[in-house]
Design a protein around this ligand. Structure first.
Ligand SMILES: [Zn+2]
Ligand SMILES: [Zn+2]
Ligand SMILES: [Zn+2]
Length: 279
């Protein structure tokens, strides 16, 4: 990673925004309550109750992806109303999303897929095609390569890393309830954040802190919104190793240097990003 504040004048000037929904989007959204027939039949709805499947009355709904990229590719619709960001959801709603992830991971494991990848895209720039807030779940028989490289044997590097960051403190945004939110020292783009449990926990889907971790990632988005306005972002869970959530706001575009060399040119030092998010 290279930090080059001089590249960009006032850094926020040209940053991508999270757009407002259009009327056409609101009129056609298949994820809004009342349009359950426009998705494949649901595989889970929360809270569990006596409601008929594929009818209104749900808070979080999981359906197969209509255009699957992988076997067992599912979508978790985060709310019955049309919201575009986790920022717009109440904590109880985020708890249900985490519960949906957990239950679908358990089902995937029962069906022979030890690994479930959960990710969120907010905004065009972050790759969202449908903008109603949702997460993508992908079942994998082998560990995702990027996650696997993070914990290939020996002592836990994330435990060491968190100890180092907490001793320094300049990139820590907040610590709460056994979790830390920090701006990664090697952030690939402005405000790249990490949410992780302070104590080593090897399975995110089994963790009692998963919902709080997701809520803390949503809080990071809220802090970013307060500081810089609504912005596109990617968020994902690395569930194994020492589980954590990675939040990558997509304020800038990766181009030839980043994609071809792996050297990410970041116009905002993570210490400055953390100070801004701390408020
Ligand atoms: Zn919608
Ligand atoms: Zn660890
Ligand atoms: Zn990771």
């Amino acid at each position: 990673m290279a930090v080059t504040p001089a590249r960009s004048g006032r850094p926020g000037a040209a940053w991508a925004e999270l757009e407002e929904p259009t009327q056409a989007e609101l009129d056609s959204c298949p994820f809004c309550e009342g349009r359950e027939s426009r998705t494949p039949p649901e595989v889970l709805a929360l809270p569990a109750g006596s409601r008929e499947p594929d009818t209104p009355g749900w808070s979080v709904r999981v359906v197969p992806n209509k255009f699957p990229a992988f076997e067992g590719h599912e979508v978790v619709v985060h709310a019955p109303t049309h919201v575009r960001s986790l920022v717009e959801l109440q904590p109880a709603q985020i708890t249900l999303i985490a519960e949906a992830w957990r239950r679908r991971a358990a089902t995937a494991r029962e069906e022979g897929f030890p690994h479930l990848f959960a990710g969120v895209n907010e905004g065009y720039r972050a790759g969202a095609s449908l903008h109603h807030s949702h997460s993508q779940l992908i079942r994998l028989r082998d560990e995702p390569p990027l996650q696997a490289t993070e914990h290939n044997g020996g002592a836990c590097r994330l435990c060491e890393y968190l100890a180092w960051e907490r001793a320094g403190g300049t990139r820590v945004v907040v610590e709460r309830d056994g979790l830390v939110l920090l701006c990664h020292y090697a952030g690939r783009a402005p405000y790249e954040c990490l949410v992780a449990p302070l104590e080593h926990e090897a399975d995110g889907f089994e963790s009692a802190l998963l919902a709080d971790g997701l809520a803390l990632a949503a809080e990071a988005l809220q802090r970013l919104r307060t500081a810089e306005g609504p912005r596109p972002a990617n968020l994902w869970l690395h569930a194994r190793g020492h589980w954590h959530l990675e939040l990558l706001p997509r304020l800038t575009t990766f181009a030839a240097i980043e994609l071809g060399t792996g050297h990410y040119v970041n116009s905002l030092p993570p210490e400055v990003a953390a100070a801004t998010l701390r408020g």
